[in-house]
Design a protein around this ligand. Sequence first.
Ligand code: FES
Length: 259
Amino acid sequence: MQPAATACGLLLLFGYLTVRAFSGTYVWYDPYISPAVAPALFTPASGYPGAVPVAHAWLGAFPAWWPAFLPQTPAFFIPWMALAFRFTCYYYRGAYYKAVALTPPSCAVRGPARRYRGETMLLLFQNLHRYTLYGALFLIVCLWWEGLSAFFRDGQFGVGVGTIVMIVNAALLSAYILGCHSWRHLVGGRLDCFSCPHAGGGRDDAGVSRLPAYALWRSSTWFNERHLLFAWCSLVWVVLTDFYIYLVATGTIFDRSTW
Ligand code: FES
């Protein structure tokens, strides 16, 4: 049941986000921007109701050379990094391998008689996860920027339900990234052993390493132990954030705010 539920959940949430990212419509309600298209490098100048305004896109309107058969959505430029990051995430890999291929079975679970070859051959591309981390770090800075910018409408400070929704979105995604195995390895100084003499830094009376990298590694460990939780919470919240902005942009609901 668990692999089946995981497969349904992932299909539903990623399916929704893919459709929304490709549509590029109703993704903006001043000053809110949907995480499905944020940050916007280019934006359509016309023909896409509820699109990001040209003034908000980093490089303005889509250039004339943009192929006509492709939809004009900002998701093509930076937001796709989130998908690459999640797709190669150690947790998601484990989840969708089990959900789709039913292999490898979990530890001590008698699984179907299939030969498990590990992540070899074509699956070696999953090693790119450590590089997708850099893209995710860049993206999270952008999402915090967009979240903090959502406190201002026409230069006037205020707060709306959408502002809070966007800030929670950035916070949950940060918690997800801070627990990433690649991040933990990186901030831990890429050491395999903190207590070994070659690690340096010395140890306190309790024998705990004094290395700053050790403290960072410990803090990342807290998030890492909850990686599954933050993976799901952040994914669900991205969908909810987009859906909220869609609802206010289409006029279906009213955004309560101080403006
Ligand atoms: S291991 Fe999950 S995001 Fe890196």
